[in-house]
Write a protein that binds this ligand. Structure first.
Ligand code: EPU
Length: 419
């Protein structure tokens, strides 16, 4: 298993370019199952979760070509309308195949996702929404078996709580259903809007994506299309925090500043200078310890849960005490005990972490528990005194494209130790 050895004390300077969004690329790839024609997707990040989704598409019988981030998928015949256990167990987002397979083939067999490091993460809301569209879903042998022998029909859905991939799954099912579907309490994430943009290019009729009410008029078939994935706002946010924690001066390029509002406001309050240098780049400078500033994670446009761990890493060296509240996932503080190994002072009380800023962190051996927790440890290690070793780098490889290469180009001292 690969490790990172990180030399502490670097100051990041230069440019950090942002890749395409993993969480936009995943539903976009699943959407390719909705047509027998060729779909070309550009700016697909080269990360492990994408490989897994490509494997899933191939398993269904689709042909998939990935040429340095330009992916062409043709699902002209679907032999297996299934997301098997071997694939789902490595990536929960495989449940995104359920909606499109059901819409296209009238059936889908999807392994039930198991537990996860950040929470239980069930997909009950996806399932009950698909039932509202006329699917019959049974749970047997660890699988959801969904059928709609006469095709899906439009329906009215109200999500009891906001779910990102649930909204995406149902949108993909509804585009080929008969009649109108209304999704209420829909997720407003930019990734949902990006999926709607792709589906619209494929011939779908969708209104309201990016608002809490999405309306879809079903069509008979979808067609081939070309689409470029939006910039990864979580990678961009991680870079802003990496620059700030190292008291650096960095231009984060190829990003979409409009998707980073909640983070930028908090970072400015904490003392970082952040300026839009162009429509696609943000300059971040920070020459001092941050002030302690509280955050609470929320659905978009609130503060992203996927940036909570990295923000907490910054607050561990702040002046004062900050409260970090996690409202989306029930168990997303695994990084706190690892940060404590580096000298951070964090107390967890239910959904709240109370972070008392320290002047210094010290290098230590730590272990990543999930993708974003691992990124937080990288950030902390960059300011710690001495060397740190971060175990289980495979978590990082699931969702960050060439992370150590990009950070090293801006002055970080990260070495991948292959064991
Ligand atoms: N939930 C249910 N039932 C469901 C679906 C969700 O109870 O059927 C709960 C979840 O357990 C959670 C909350 O609702 O407590 C929100 O979960 P959501 O469904 O929105 O999460 P997701 O769609 O599974 C996506 C991202 C996550 C990101 C969350 C929240 C993708 C592929 N994944 O997950 O990204 O944290 O939205 O913004 O888009 C990551 O990239 O590191 C990552 C975990």
């Amino acid at each position: 298993m690969d490790k990172f050895r990180i030399r502490g004390g670097a100051r990041l300077e230069g440019e950090l370019p942002v890749s395409g969004a993993k969480n936009s690329a995943l539903p976009a790839l699943a959407a390719c199952l909705l047509t027998e024609e060729k779909v070309t997707l550009r700016r697909i990040p080269q990360v492990r979760d994408i490989r897994t989704m490509e494997k899933l598409l191939s398993y269904t019988g689709a042909s998939v070509e990935d040429e340095a981030g330009t992916v062409t998928v043709q699902a002209d015949g679907i032999q297996n309308a299934e997301a098997p256990y071997e694939i789902v167990k490595t990536m929960r987002a495989s449940s995104l195949a359920m909606g499109p397979l059901l819409g296209r083939c009238g059936r889908a067999r999807v392994s039930m996702p198991g537990g996860c490091a950040i929470g239980a993460r069930p997909i009950n809301l996806h399932v009950s929404a698909l039932e509202q569209l006329g699917a019959q879903v049974e749970q047997t042998h660890g699988y959801f078996e969904a059928t709609a022998p006469n095709g899906l029909r439009g329906g009215e859905i109200h999500f009891d709580r906001i779910t990102v991939t649930g909204t995406e799954d149902v949108m993909m099912a509804a585009v080929l259903a008969r009649g109108e579907t209304i999704i209420r309490n829909a997720a407003r994430e930019p990734e949902v809007m990006d999926l709607a943009a792709l589906l619209t290019k494929m011939g779908a009729r969708i209104e309201g994506a990016g608002t809490p009410i999405v309306t879809i008029q079903g069509v008979d078939r979808l067609f081939g299309a070309e689409h470029t994935i939006i910039a990864d706002r979580i990678e961009a946010g991680t870079f802003l925090l990496a620059a700030a924690i190292t008291r650096g001066d960095v231009l984060v390029t190829a990003c979409m500043p409009e998707h980073l509002g909640a983070l930028v406001v908090k970072m400015r309050l904490a003392g970082a200078e952040i300026a839009e240098e162009s429509a696609t780049s943000l300059r971040v400078r920070c020459s001092r310890r941050p002030r302690a500033v509280d955050i609470a994670t929320e659905e978009y446009p609130g503060f992203a849960t996927d940036l909570q761990a990295q923000y907490m890493a910054w607050m561990t060296v702040a002046e004062g005490i900050s409260f970090v509240t996690e409202t989306i996932f029930e168990n997303r503080f695994m990084h706190a005990s690892e940060l404590a190994r580096m000298g951070a002072n964090i107390r967890i009380e239910g959904r709240q972490a109370i972070v008392a800023g320290e002047r210094h962190l010290t290098g230590a051996q730590v272990m990543g528990s999930d993708l974003r927790a691992s990124a937080a440890l990288v950030l902390a290690a960059m300011v710690a005194e001495g060397d740190s070793y971060i175990d289980r780098v495979y978590h990082m490889d699931r969702g960050y494209e060439r992370l150590e290469e990009k950070l090293n180009a801006a002055g970080a001292g990260i070495e991948r130790v292959v064991e």
